[in-house]
Design a protein around this ligand. Structure first.
Ligand code: SAM
Length: 227
């Protein structure tokens, strides 16, 4: 398991920088798409690993004034930003809790963006997220991984270096190795496992990609793998 202490320490030191990256121009398109795919008007939606709350305004937009949005994260300084964003609305809140075992139940939708790659057993975590959904509930996973698109493939070494630089468990040597062509099998394995878990538990699935194929959004409706 990637230690939550290491994750907290890593993101706590970089909260302001992370918020800039999380809200960079262009990212809103993916976030709005993710919010719209999972959260309908009036829904109760939980965002797992909400970070600085970059998705919260889009989730609030999707659920409207009659829905409810809750962001869950373990990193206090990031939650400070999220709390400030949530404070603009009276139906958006944040909770400091471990998204691997969220102390919640009965949501209409769950969203996890750029978080599944941090879990040592993402399939189990995604399974628990599915368990807390009501019948017909929606789940969405937005993650970054190497691109298979023609336009994105030449940029894969840069992408891997960016990921290594932004990982709580990797260092300068990994950034250099990535620039020289080394892959990150762990990240790919975790994201594949998370997506497979979603596939196994949902119907009406959809996959779409953004940003030259580096960002993928998987969504589905709870209720079994067979279509
Ligand atoms: C790469 S950031 C993504 C933040 C946000 N989802 C976004 O799209 O900007 C990963 C986030 O996951 C959170 N996180 C990692 N492990 C977690 C856990 N077990 N429970 C809750 N949050 C967790 C980190 O604190 C961090 O905020």
């Amino acid at each position: 398991m990637t230690g939550t202490t290491a994750i907290r320490a890593f993101y706590s030191r970089r909260a302001a920088l992370y918020d800039l990256i999380a809200t960079a121009p262009g990212t809103g398109r993916w976030r709005r798409a993710a919010a719209r795919r999972v959260a309908g008007r009036g829904a109760t939606v939980v965002e797992m690993g909400c970070g600085t709350g970059a998705n919260l305004p889009y989730l609030r937009e999707a659920v409207g004034p009659e829905g409810r949005v809750l962001g869950v994260d373990i990193t206090g300084p990031l939650l400070g930003y999220a709390r400030e964003r949530a404070g603009r609305y009276d139906n958006v809140g944040v909770l400091r809790a471990d998204a691997r075992r969220p102390p919640l139940e009965g949501a209409d939708a769950v969203l996890g963006t750029f978080v599944c790659g941090l879990f040592s057993d993402p399939a189990a975590v995604v399974g628990r997220w599915c368990d807390l959904l009501k019948p017909g509930g929606r789940i969405g996973l937005l993650d970054a991984s190497v691109s298979t698109a023609i336009a994105g493939r030449p940029l894969n070494p840069l992408f891997r270096a960016f990921v290594a630089a932004g990982s709580p468990t990797r260092g300068a040597g990994d950034v250099l190795a990535a620039l020289c062509g080394a892959g990150d099998a762990t990240l790919s394995r975790r994201i594949d496992a998370a997506r497979e878990a979603l596939t196994n538990r949902t119907r009406d699935r959809r996959y779409e990609s953004f940003g030259l194929g580096f960002v993928g959004l998987s969504t589905g409706t709870i209720g079994g793998g067979a279509e």
